[in-house]
Write a protein that binds this ligand. Structure first.
Ligand code: NAD
Ligand code: TYD
Length: 352
């Protein structure tokens, strides 16, 4: 039995779906169903008895203790978080509550549960914490990609809260011996990503004939990782990662934002041309930059390749095409998540 938190979100739902496609081991999925959590992501396993969904908060110690006692998982995969940098700038409080206090409560519950285990279940237990490359801060052009020993220099309330959670996870290993694993991954993209993040936002706006907002000069660089590759990496680390270690996971795909948006536009030009025949890239609009915007992230994923034999299978070209095709093929899902609350966020953030 696996215990997954945040499994109704973007990466979490992909992880649960991929897990159940490849294994008969059941999953307990605890998710608070914030604006980012969506049970529609899990519609295909609604009647699957291997999946138990529990609406709940990782900050709820009583609930966690009860679920752990009843289901006795062999591992916890922590994907629950507030995850959007722009929202953390507008209102950091939820980020502190979930990413720091929530992770702390989850660690406490895991420690109590694991401490009472004996023998093989105790030796085999793992707490896998999913984090981000943003904890390392902004990488100057020309510098080598982030390795696992890079200094933590978070610049946004989001990345600072994730950095704090990583430190807590580390401390629970060093102090209490909790068998933890930490993964720090780069920007994910793929099916079920909420359209507040760059790639789904651009697909959504392009189809709606709306502006495609690029912050600042659009030359900020991110390292894009296809979500299916990320999920396979998490599985690999869970299986064979060395306890107490950190593994950086990236797609070996550094791209400036402008190029990413132009690529999406070019695919849409082929698959869903504009009625007037003009290129979607005409909708690109440069807008005010994000405060404290990190210029570049890049992950050196050679440790996980060397130690665990994991490499991404998608290139950016193959992954982005699949992703655009998925959004085009799932208008009902997009419609469902871009209703009232979403429009309110877009209006507040982009000012239209
Ligand atoms: P997401 O925002 O799509 O999903 C987060 C999920 O967590 C949602 O389902 C939400 O309802 C749930 N949640 C939020 N607060 C909760 C709480 N207190 N208790 C229980 N559930 C709660 O995020 P995502 O993109 O799927 O990210 C998953 C993890 O991966 C996060 O830890 C994030 O920091 C990390 N990460 C994401 C990316 C990325 O590109 N998306 C990159 C690096 C790291
Ligand atoms: P995002 O998807 O929010 O991920 P993160 O901030 O975690 O990297 O943004 C990816 C990049 O795209 C980042 O450099 C900010 C930029 N961006 C825009 O230029 N315009 C937008 O409307 C959004 C949402 C992001």
């Amino acid at each position: 039995m696996l215990f997954v938190t945040g499994g109704a979100g973007f990466i979490g739902s992909n992880f649960v779906l991929d897990w159940l496609a490849g294994s008969d081991e059941p999953v307990v999925n605890i998710d608070k169903l914030t604006y980012a959590g969506n049970l529609e992501n899990l519609a295909s396993i609604r009647d699957d008895r291997r999946h138990l969904f529990v609406e709940g908060d990782i900050g709820d110690s009583e609930l966690l203790a009860r679920l752990l006692a009843v289901h006795r998982p062999r591992a916890i995969v922590n994907l629950a978080a507030e995850s959007h940098v722009d929202r953390s700038i507008l209102g950091p409080e939820h980020f502190i509550e979930t990413n720091i206090v929530g992770t702390f409560r989850l660690l406490e519950a895991a420690r109590a549960y694991w401490s009472a285990l004996q023998g093989e279940p105790r030796d085999a237990f793992r707490f896998l914490h999913v984090s981000t490359d943003e904890v390392y801060g902004s990488l100057a052009a020309g510098l080598p990609a982030f390795g696992e020993t890079c200094r933590y220099e978070p610049n946004s309330p989001y990345s600072a809260s994730k950095a704090a959670s990583d430190h807590l996870v580390r401390a629970y290993h060093q102090t209490y011996g909790l068998p933890v694993l930490t993964t720090n991954c780069s920007n994910n993209y793929g099916r079920y990503q909420f359209p507040e993040k760059l790639i789904p936002l651009v697909i959504h706006n392009a189809l709606a004939g709306k502006p495609l907002p690029l912050y600042g000069d659009g030359r900020q660089v991110r390292d894009w990782l296809y979500v299916g590759d990320h999920c396979s990496a998490i599985c690999r680390v869970l299986d064979a990662g060395r306890v107490g270690e950190t593994y950086n996971i990236g797609g070996w795909n550094e791209k400036p934002n402008r190029e990413v948006v132009e690529t999406v536009c070019a695919i849409l030009d082929q698959l869903r041309p504009r009625a007037d025949g003009l290129p979607h890239a005409r909708q690109i609009s440069f807008v005010k930059d994000r405060p404290g915007h990190d210029r570049r992230y890049a992950i050196d994923a050679s440790k996980i390749a060397r130690e665990l034999g994991w490499r991404p299978t998608e290139t950016f070209d193959t992954g982005i095409r699949k992703t655009v095709q998925w959004y085009l093929g799932n208008p009902a899902w997009v419609q469902g998540v871009t209703s009232g609350a979403y429009r309110e966020w877009v209006g507040r953030h982009y000012g239209h």
